[in-house]
Design a protein around this ligand. Structure first.
Ligand SMILES: NC(=O)c1ccc[n+]([C@@H]2O[C@H](COP(=O)([O-])OP(=O)(O)OC[C@H]3O[C@@H](n4cnc5c(N)ncnc54)[C@H](OP(=O)(O)O)[C@@H]3O)[C@@H](O)[C@H]2O)c1
Length: 251
């Protein structure tokens, strides 16, 4: 299959490209670095593409801009998919984001809604995979202040980005499923605990300070709303395995 990977240069996107290629598919990267701006639609042409995996993410965390980003990217992709006769749109979302629908997660909720309700012209068949935070998230989200790293208080069940990528490719190659089973890692960890373990493994002595974020977004991060339910698929890669090198090789 020819699979277009929107955000194929990003943290999970680069894994999706590798996963698609190692499963025998042709991967076509859609990102600004590859000459395609999915917010404006400039450079977007999906001729000859069988399926699209959307793993884009905005560079801003400001809620209105995040919502506008995910709405524009989804609308532009769906329009181009319709024009080119693409058979399957696969979006990557976050466990619990649609329930919280606030802060950054308002953007993910808007992205999910755009697929579930937003294609009156008839429909590119779609699937949504909701996952927990990638192991990489601990460092992505940390704010350095002197020798301190500040992270939000988050109860998570973090997962390897490589496992997320493999599952997205598997979904893209199959029939559209609507909302797929959630995907999560094998153990519950707070993001601060994960970051401390990453730093310890590297022999770094920086301290990690955990702070509760305000509002519905912050409450949802720390009260278990973004933990998966009983029916989630549980991946086998643990934090210890990822830290011990799985992360650099495949994770
Ligand atoms: N991080 C997590 O723990 C986690 C967990 C579950 C789900 N997710 C979701 O997974 C997605 C990807 O996350 P990530 O951490 O891999 O993001 P990331 O590393 O920030 O990558 C973002 C990607 O989006 C592309 N992009 C940004 N603006 C674009 C534009 N205007 N046009 C085209 N491409 C654009 C970037 O490429 P260019 O800069 O080249 O344009 C890059 O490839 C997000 O939707 C996020 O919500 C993340």
């Amino acid at each position: 299959m020819r699979i277009a990977i929107a955000g194929g240069t990003g943290t999970v996107g680069a894994h999706i490209v590798r996963s698609a290629e190692s499963a025998g598919h042709e991967a076509v990267v859609l990102s600004r670095a590859a000459g395609v701006d999915l917010v404006t639609g400039a450079g977007l042409d999906l001729g000859g593409i069988d399926a699209v995996i959307d793993a884009t993410g905005p560079s801003t965390r400001r809620t209105p801009e995040v919502i506008a980003f995910f709405e524009s990217v989804t609308a532009n992709l769906l329009r181009a998919e319709r024009e080119a006769g693409v058979g399957h749109h696969v979006a990557l979302s976050i466990v619990g984001a649609a329930r919280i629908d606030d802060g950054y997660y308002a953007g993910k909720a808007a992205q999910e809604r755009a697929l579930q309700t937003g294609d009156p012209a008839g429909a590119v068949p779609w699937s949504i995979l909701r996952t927990t935070q990638f192991f990489d998230f601990a460092e992505q989200v940390a704010v350095p202040v002197g020798r301190l790293l500040i992270v939000p208080k988050v109860r998570s069940r973090p997962v390897a980005a490589a496992s997320v990528a493999a599952r997205l490719v598997e979904i893209a190659a199959g029939e559209p499923v609507g909302i797929a089973s959630d995907l999560a890692g094998p153990e519950e960890l707070r993001i601060a605990e994960l970051l401390r373990a990453i730093l310890a493994a590297r022999g770094e002595s920086r301290r990690v300070l955990e702070v509760p974020l305000p509002g519905r977004f912050g409450k949802g991060l720390r009260d278990g709303t973004i933990l998966p339910g009983d029916r989630a698929r549980i991946d086998s890669v643990s934090a210890a395995e990822w830290i011990a090198g799985y992360g650099t090789a495949r994770g």
